[in-house]
Design a protein around this ligand. Structure first.
Ligand code: ADP
Ligand code: ZN
Ligand code: ZN
Length: 750
């Protein structure tokens, strides 16, 4: 019996980010535990606040009448089961607080996000009620009547006879009335949770289990051997798309489940396609659960609740699925581990990969990372032996690698072609339109402010200190977002004297317009942030393209993930330079990844594909290595650059972000942080202060100071010093009135 609880109040105010002691009422003695969400009276007015219990104890050392009592335990009250693992969650939150510099309250909120009470929802499934022959007959009827949606659903069910309702309506876009009509006609049945039978034995599932190649088997055996020996290892699978990584993940997870432990499968939201989900569903049936952003908070809480009760073995989802409360966690798989979306961009600014490794260490579980273009961080660790490295180098479905060529836009300009498309790309596109094959045109645009480049020679204006491109600001100055270096905009190219030098801009909408005018008969679809803002529209556009309802798909990097388009035989990358000069040290890496992945979209079917990369800098190493699909070559060259300039992963980098409504205050405090760091260590690599890349957002002025060091711990010390400094100023009545946040090894510029 514990009489007192230490509670962290859920409040975004640094000064209150410490435990407060409360009495535990008798009625909660059985249910309250570390990790519980509670309501407590707080402050002078005893306002009810949410809080998290981080420890229980018998003594408190305070006069008893000074200690208030916990008012409510909402999670327990609403019938949620007990947390098998609250203590581990709290340890993880404490690690995140230290590692990423956030408040304990924010870290707890992230880790314990599942403790939101909600109404339980029913899980439903759709089952085919026809025999094989009957189904064939019915299918013929649908085809004849052009009932496309029914036909589609029936085909999918003939493949896998029972599927989650949410998958059918969500990812497959079959509307509820269609399902109702088919159910009324006796073609299908909608099963409510209570009517679930024992796990169905999918005839197809067993038959479908692929005989693994020896390379695949070696990975599965290796990971399971590590697991069985109690070694908490990290394995990196470097394998091109289609090389059988997902099949490996499934086999590993099956092995883990057979051992009575659980698995977390992380996939970037954008790559969570129907096909992928179905593959997992086939193997794990109702023992798998999917998490994605289209679920409401209470639906998410329900999934977590099922996990807590031990009803599921596998959870699939984007980064937040990492915090699923599994007690017997055996493996965490991270697919597309290089993806930027694994970095959380709000407090705590954690990286999913690192946090997964820490969680696995605490739980004695294994981590498996997979990518066709691993992050430099992971590959560096793998070749240094910190991670195990496995390679899958063949495409198992056949399909040859595409032929990649580079179109030199400087030459096009010399030839008098000022359109967005090179002669070469136009020729190939027309050829595909004539043959009825599909094409993808890809604009690797990042939301960032324009860099300035020369159309004649391709050179870009860079910061003389940081080797990243300068960005053109509205005041006409060229600015470095790392060190704050500024210079006036240029009227002619400093390299070749050409007057064709300016900020580069291009939009998907313009390209769509251009295509419609030039090829009036062609059916064009556009996929970007604008066309996908409506819920479900992203999947809709992609499935429509996959169904060959369009000839050309124009879009941003959203295109390159997930879906397989066997009909695509041409991929055009309109302007490779766009992501090359995003003004941060990861620009080349991101470009290499995007180009490689975009290229991988061509020629997935029978017909070999072509890829055209258009650029003003054909000699750039990221473009060159991507065109040759040479990951190792790129890695080595990029690591040389990172080492030379001490960028991660060659060293670590802390970005101190300072915001204020008052520009002088933000700039002034940033300057004092710089002084503080320099005073502590005159040898330190301190850079800035500089204006943030979006120097003002929502009336907040943003300034940054960077510190680099080979030792991560040194940067944690810098963070602690900065926090203590701010706290001290507040204490002596000189509050700098700024918001200070930290980003370790930043992925996106601030
Ligand atoms: P990745 O995840 O690397 O893109 P997948 O696991 O999706 O690769 O595999 C690509 C294709 O190859 C899939 O259609 C899959 O069914 C098939 N495949 C995977 N492993 C095997 C195998 N051992 N034998 C036959 N086909 C396989
Ligand atoms: Zn030039
Ligand atoms: Zn600079």
């Amino acid at each position: 019996m514990s009489r007192f609880a230490e509670v962290i109040i859920d409040i975004a105010y640094n000064k209150l980010d410490r435990p407060f002691t409360y009495k535990v009422p008798d009625r909660m003695q059985k249910t309250l535990q570390t990790g519980s969400l509670v309501l407590v009276p707080f402050g002078k007015g005893n306002v009810m606040r949410k809080g998290y219990v981080i420890a229980l104890k018998d003594e408190c050392g305070l006069p008893p009448d000074k200690v208030k009592e916990i008012a409510e335990l909402p999670v327990g009250d609403s019938g949620y089961s007990e947390d098998p693992d609250g203590a581990a969650a709290i340890a993880l939150a404490a690690w995140m607080k230290r590692q990423y510099g956030s408040t304990m309250a924010a870290a707890l909120k992230t880790v314990l996000t599942s403790r939101k009470p909600g109404k339980p929802v029913k899980t439903r499934e759709i089952e085919l009620r026809l025999s094989r022959e009957e189904a064939e007959e019915q299918l013929a009827v649908y085809v004849k009547k052009h009932q496309v949606a029914r036909e589609r659903l029936l085909r999918e069910l003939m493949d896998v006879p029972r599927q989650p309702y949410s998958l059918v309506t969500g990812k497959l876009h079959i509307a509820a009335p269609v399902i109702r009509a088919m159910a009324q006609a006796g073609v299908i049945e909608v099963l409510e949770e209570s009517s679930f039978r024992n796990p169905v034995s999918f005839d197809s599932a067993e038959a479908d289990a692929k005989e693994l190649s020896s390379a695949q088997k070696a990975i599965v055996d290796g990971v399971l051997a590590d697991h069985d020996a109690g070694r908490s290892t990290v394995s990196l699978i470097h394998g091109i798309t289609g090389s059988g990584k997902t099949e490996v993940y499934i086999s590993i997870i099956r092995g883990i489940c057979e051992r009575g432990r659980k698995a977390i499968m992380l996939i970037p939201e954008i790559a969570l396609t129907y096909q992928t989900l179905l593959r997992f569903y086939r193997y794990f049936g109702e023992r798998v659960s999917v998490m994605n952003s289209s679920l409401s908070e209470s639906e998410k809480a329900d999934q977590w609740e099922r996990a807590r009760r031990g009803e599921i073995d596998v959870i699939i989802g984007p980064r937040s699925a990492l915090f699923t409360p599994f007690k017997e966690l055996g493996v965490i798989v991270i697919d597309e581990e290089h993806e930027g979306s694994y970095k959380n961009e709000s407090m705590p600014k954690y990286h999913t990969r690192e946090t997964a490794v820490e969680l696995a260490r605490m739980k004695n579980a294994c981590v498996v990372l997979g990518s066709a273009t691993p992050s430099l961080e992971s590959y560096d660790r793998a070749i240094r032996g910190e991670y195990r490295l496995y390679r899958l180098s063949e495409r198992l479905t056949g399909g040859t690698l595409p032929e990649v060529s580079i179109a030199d836009l400087r030459q096009e300009l010399r030839n008098g072609n000022r359109s967005i498309m090179s002669e070469q790309l136009q020729g190939l596109l027309e050829d595909r339109l004539n043959k009825g094959e599909q094409s993808i045109l890809f604009l690797n645009r990042r939301g960032m402010a324009g860099f300035v480049s020369c159309r004649s020679c391709g050179s870009v204006i860079k910061c003389p200190h940081c080797e990243v491109s300068l960005s053109l600001h509205r005041n006409g100055k060229l600015v470095c977002h790392y060190c704050g270096y500024e210079q006036p905009d240029v009227k002619e190219c400093p390299e070749c004297g050409s007057p064709y030098i300016s900020a580069m801009r291009a939009g998907t909408e313009q390209i769509e317009e251009h295509l419609k005018i030039r090829y009036p008969g062609a059916r064009v679809l556009r996929l970007d942030a604008d066309t996908t803002s409506k819920k479900g529209s992203y999947d809709k556009i992609l499935s429509s393209f996959a169904n060959r309802e369009a000839d050309i798909l124009v879009g941003t990097q959203m295109i390159v993930k997930g879906h397989d388009f066997p009909g695509v035989t041409l991929v055009g990358i309109l302007l490779a330079d766009l992501s090359l000069y995003a003004g941060d040290y990861r620009a080349a890496e991101r470009t290499f990844q995007l180009l490689t992945q975009a290229a991988g979209r061509a020629g997935r079917g029978e017909v070999p594909g072509s890829v055209v990369i258009q650029t003003y800098q054909p000699e750039n190493y990221a473009v060159q290595y991507a065109s040759r699909q040479d990951y190792e070559g790129f890695f080595e060259e990029e690591m040389r650059y990172r080492s030379l300039l001490m960028y991660p992963p060659a060293a670590h980098m802390l970005c101190v972000q300072i915001q204020s409504r008052d520009e002088d205050k933000a700039e002034g405090f940033a300057g004092r942080i710089r002084e503080l760091f320099m005073r502590d260590d005159p040898e330190a690599f301190v850079i800035g202060p500089a204006k943030g890349s979006l120097s003002r957002i929502r009336d907040q002025y943003r300034y940054v100071v960077y510190v680099k060091n080979e030792k991560y711990d040194k940067l944690v010390r810098c963070k602690d010093r900065a926090e203590a400094f701010q706290a001290y100023l507040i204490k002596i009545g000189r509050d700098p009135q700024v918001l200070m946040q930290f980003d370790f090894d930043p992925v996106s510029p601030f």
